[in-house]
Design a protein around this ligand. Structure first.
Ligand SMILES: [Zn+2]
Length: 535
């Protein structure tokens, strides 16, 4: 990859005279007395020489809709032109034989987050977002995570300060509610949503995080009032808690029993309940990390009758199964995440659900823990699955794993790859006006992919702080070799060139995805509820 033919601010010699343009035929510029004693370039020369900051030349550009050969020009951090034979930039990147794609958007990542058991995850904003950038991801939505008793405002300010200090890519927050008191819902939440945090995350499971049915209804109704999307971890807490105890009592504590302890039915049960609530109030929701075919089928059925429900799955549910948990010693702990990994039949069902549009996007659910007593092995080197930190790293490997499957191996192709990893995440979460595609005027967040680069994933290769990747040992083809954020090169030649704190906060409005459908349920429709005003 050729980079930086000329420094910013100095015209490259090849542009000293505009191409295809005879200097003698140019109109005269302003009198030299106006611009100083040294005659500078004419106005038209200036325009030709300095029209763009950067041209990415000769690549194959792909969006969710189209694939075409074109040069892409960047000005002031935005996509300024797509065309053939573009000229007049301070700097060029030769993308011959490469794909020029929108940078990835990962809408589900836990960064510098404290778990409900008090454990801090392995990454800082700097290490997490650096690893994301190496993998071609240029925007992330992470969490401002309230624990019970916390002020949401204080929590948000703390996460904001950490992100401002560390983030290398652009970022935004979901407001994660575990304690929706009247003060939180009525006083703290509205200004935070209005400021640009137009999504709320809730858990229907985990003993210390789950909110009951009535609190979930309170949150859905408040989100409707504020125009925020509600994102939900949907599993049945009672089934998981009950079965987990029964397994442990009988001595089944290895990592593989984690998959057993979350019965398959816990997912479709909770998704179905969530959708019933969302339909009652006509409030859009997105179901996080759908892992079973039955879960995806519940979403399909609801979408078929017009409910505004969206669905996400994650890289690990497309490429790993419960068998990965079945390792000797404590090694299976690396693959403990919730919902747990399922079967190859589920993988197939999830791909089909993506293809049908029942699920719209693939995120990482990056939840990084180190392989030591600070993380996965805080409770011994062969920990009970009940005492193993939940989650795995994935910000960096999400796009390369999917590129290999979808582009290199050809399943669904490059346009769907862009759609599921950038365009739909941007659209659903209210970033579509500036992120997720390569349109004129969009932020120049660009990943340039070498489709022929073969990479064997190893624990050493990834840049997050966990020290491992759940995909170690796989050889994949296709890698993002150069990554730009708002026109600035942040990854090139295997190096990160961006400073901690150079990522920008992305305020988001709810947008179309978060707007109620207008189809009122009988209970909330004054024409059918005997005139009761419930909104
Ligand atoms: Zn998560």
């Amino acid at each position: 990859m050729l980079c930086a033919l000329a420094d910013r601010g100095q015209a490259s010699p090849r542009f000293a005279v505009p191409l295809n343009c005879n200097r003698d035929q140019l109109p005269a510029g302003p009198p030299s007395s106006i611009i100083g004693a040294q005659p500078g370039p004419t106005r038209i020369e200036e325009l030709f020489m300095r029209r763009y900051d950067l041209i990415i030349r000769g690549g194959t550009v792909a969006t969710a809709a189209d694939t075409f050969s074109a040069d892409l020009a960047v000005k002031d951090g935005k996509v300024a032109a797509l065309g053939l034979g573009l000229d007049g930039a301070d700097r060029e990147i030769d993308a011959t034989g490469h794909f020029v794609l929108p940078g990835g958007i990962d809408t589900h990542a836990h960064i510098e987050q404290i778990a409900s058991n008090g454990m801090l995850n392995a990454d800082t904003f700097e290490t997490a977002t650096r690893s994301a950038a190496f993998g071609g991801t240029t925007s992330v939505i992470c969490f401002a995570c309230q624990h019970r008793g916390d002020s949401l405002k204080a929590v948000y300010e703390d996460y904001s300060a950490r992100a401002r200090r560390g983030a290398i890519i652009d970022y935004s927050f979901h407001l994660l509610l575990t304690d929706p008191t009247p003060t939180v819902l009525n006083e703290e939440l509205p200004p935070l949503v209005a400021e640009g945090n137009a999504s709320i995350k809730v858990f229907m499971t985990y003993d210390l995080m789950n909110i009951g049915d009535e609190a979930l209804l309170d949150i859905l109704l408040k989100a409707r009032e504020l125009g925020a999307l509600v994102a939900v971890h949907a599993e049945n807490n009672g089934m998981i808690s009950w079965l987990g105890k029964r397994l442990v009592e009988r001595g089944y504590t290895d990592a593989k029993y984690h998959a057993v302890s979350h019965p398959r039915a816990s997912e479709p049960e909770a998704i179905n309940r969530l959708i019933a609530f969302a339909e009652l109030l006509d409030q859009p929701v997105i179901v996080y990390h759908v892992a079973t075919g039955e879960g995806a089928a519940v979403i399909r059925e609801a979408r078929g009758r017009g409910v505004k429900v969206y669905g996400e799955t994650c890289t690990q549910y497309l490429f790993l199964t419960a068998q990965d948990l079945d390792r000797p010693g404590g090694e299976g702990a690396k693959w403990v995440c919730s919902p747990p990994l399922r079967t190859t039949a589920d993988q197939e069902a999830l791909w089909q659900a993506l293809a049908l549009g029942d699920l719209q996007l693939v995120s990482s659910d990056h939840a990084p823990y180190t392989l030591d007593e600070r993380g996965k092995y805080a409770h011994g080197h062969v920990p009970s699955f009940k005492r193993t930190a939940n989650g795995m790293p994935g910000l960096e490997t999400r796009l390369p794993m999917l590129f290999d499957a979808m582009v290199t191996r050809g399943r669904f192709g490059i346009n769907k790859f862009v759609q599921w990893t950038a365009t739909e995440p941007a659209r659903i979460y209210g970033l579509g006006d500036r992120k997720g595609t390569l349109a004129i005027g969009a932020d120049a967040d660009i990943a340039i992919w070498d489709p022929s680069q073969r990479v064997t994933l190893t624990d050493d290769l990834v840049h997050d702080n966990t020290g491992y990747t759940p995909f170690a040992g796989r050889t994949i083809t296709g890698w993002p070799t150069t990554v730009l954020r708002r026109g600035e090169t942040i990854i090139a030649d295997g190096e990160c060139q961006a400073a901690a704190g150079s990522g920008a906060y992305l305020p988001r409005r709810g947008g179309e995805a978060a707007t109620p459908s207008g189809r009122l349920s009988p209970e909330f429709d004054p024409e059918r509820n005997f005139g009761a005003k419930l909104y």
